[in-house]
Write a protein that binds this ligand. Structure first.
Ligand code: SF4
Length: 324
């Protein structure tokens, strides 16, 4: 694993596997979901074929990103098992899984900890006002449900990524309050490795009729977030949603130090192709920023992982130290 210095920006060489696009929530800004029952779930054998193709391509992280099956649905157990099996398969094939599948029960989180080096869940925004607008038909976006996930992750010692969606109807104060809530939880458990600041970027599928969050405001939000969040939490921004190179550099200058998972497709924002590694280097290097790959788990959390996961992580850290 790389040693970070002040001129370093990281990214995770990643591939996203989607067990299912179906989701019982209907967030109006969503460009990902399908109606429950209307799209087939990914089979293990299809996933195995994809993963075989990725072997030897220096991809480390497999992001298991799923639409949600209602906690009381008769399909919940099969859905959870599918996610677990996909993580186990990815791990057995030499990758490091990171799951983001919406709110889970404590027991589901505890089980997934065995097959994930880290996990994630966006807080989006905690203001209950959004329950009357973009989250009106999204029961799992209840602020207390999502905060509880962060607390459980801390209790279970799961290295965790969370984040805010910007420009969905929140006020600036709402935004600072959400960051303060993350900060408080982290001070209790020290388990948040990254906070993503994701600007709302309209896509073809969504019904939410609002302009994109002005990326030119991002540096200001990042600078304020940097003051609110403890220094051991990295701020991540998705570079494909910050199209202007100068402003991407301004975001980094303001305190963002990670560009997230870079792979063939941004499943959450399919209308915005990822900028690939070489193109990012060409933006960053001329002004002195070095882009380096990272693992989906930060070194300070290795000790929280099971022996088997630690072994897999050690192998990747060896590869990283040879190539960086
Ligand atoms: S944003 Fe996530 S939770 Fe909301 S509808 Fe889309 S997939 Fe479901």
């Amino acid at each position: 694993m790389q040693i970070k210095n002040s001129c370093t920006v990281t990214y995770s060489p990643a591939y996203t596997i989607v067990p299912t696009y179906e989701c019982f929530n209907r967030c109006t800004y969503c460009n990902f979901r399908t109606e429950p029952g209307q799209s087939p779930w990914m089979t293990l054998s299809a996933a195995e074929r994809v993963l075989q193709r990725l072997q030897g391509e220096n991809i480390c992280e497999i992001l298991i990103l799923s639409g949600e099956v209602h906690p009381h649905s008769s399909k919940r157990q099969a859905w959870f098992q599918q996610i677990y099996d996909l993580c186990e398969l990815a791990l057995a094939m030499g990758f490091l899984p990171h799951t983001n599948a919406g709110p889970l029960s404590f027991d589901e989180m505890r089980k997934l900890k065995n097959v994930n080096v880290s996990m994630g869940l966006m807080l989006e925004q905690l203001t209950p006002a959004l329950l009357h607008t973009v989250h009106r038909h999204a029961p799992s976006k209840l602020p207390e449900v999502r905060l509880q996930q962060l607390q459980w992750a801390g209790e279970l010692q799961i290295p965790f990524t969370t984040g805010l969606l910007l420009g969905i109807g929140e006020t600036p104060d709402d935004c600072w309050e959400t960051l303060e809530a993350i900060s408080r939880l982290h001070q209790n458990y020290r388990h948040i490795q990254e906070v993503i600041l994701q600007p709302h970027s309209p896509g073809n599928q969504q019904s939410f009729d609002a302009p994109a969050f002005d990326p030119h405001q991002l540096p200001e939000v990042i600078a304020k977030a940097r003051k609110i969040l403890p220094p051991d939490i990295t701020i991540q921004i998705p570079p494909n949603l910050v199209k202007d190179d100068r402003w991407l550099l301004a975001c980094i200058k303001a305190g963002a130090r990670d560009l997230g998972g870079i792979g063939p497709k941004d499943e959450v924002n399919p209308d915005y192709p990822h900028i690939q590694e070489q193109a990012l280097r060409e933006i960053l290097q001329p002004v002195g920023w070095q882009l380096i790959p990272r693992l989906p788990v930060y070194p300070q959390f290795d000790g929280w992982l099971s022996g088997e996961l630690q072994k897999a992580v050690r192998q990747w850290r060896k590869i990283s130290s040879r190539t960086n």
